[in-house]
Design a protein around this ligand. Sequence first.
Ligand code: AMP
Length: 193
Amino acid sequence: MRLVLLGPPGAGKGTQSARLQEKYKIPQLSTGDMLRAAVKAATPIGLQAKAIMAAGSLVPDEIVIGIVAERIEEPDAKQGFILDGFPRTVNQAEALAEMLKAKNMSLDAVIELKVDEAALLARIEKRARETMAGGGVVRHDDSPEVVRARLDAYRTQTAPVVAYYAAKKALTTVDGMAPIAAVSTAIDKVLGG
Ligand code: AMP
């Protein structure tokens, strides 16, 4: 199964991807996680991405497209994958379509988790508080100012990706404001069980 999860930061993509990874035994490919690993390891890509991510902006398409193109060639992605946080621009969506076409593959589903912005901010702040309470370190880009920039990036650059898949009749929208279990059930229904 090849799946794309769309939705703004805090919509629950990570939570659902982790669950689907278990259920379908396919890897969750999070470009955010891959980029954070690159920043941590101070690779050339990481050095380029660091300040952009800290500001809540999008890393250039060619970098992210390159990362995903390599990642989906890994053996564990042969049976399928869940893309979490990619594509985030129409350019990325088109590149993904090309990559899959070249491999004679297609997407099984594109699921949008729809949420409203005020609730998102509250959710992201809660995530930060819970992480701190658990002794963890809050992601710098989960601070309220950066979250606003990330939501702006979503509205201007990623919302058109939702329209792109909708125009192709490939999009299913799920209410991301529902309790996690209800979101899970709705997604399972889209995926046929
Ligand atoms: P995420 O963990 O998905 O919220 O991603 C964290 C940050 O990584 C984003 O705010 C962007 O700076 C960067 N990023 C992740 N995925 C992408 C992508 N597909 N295109 C551009 N930038 C990305």
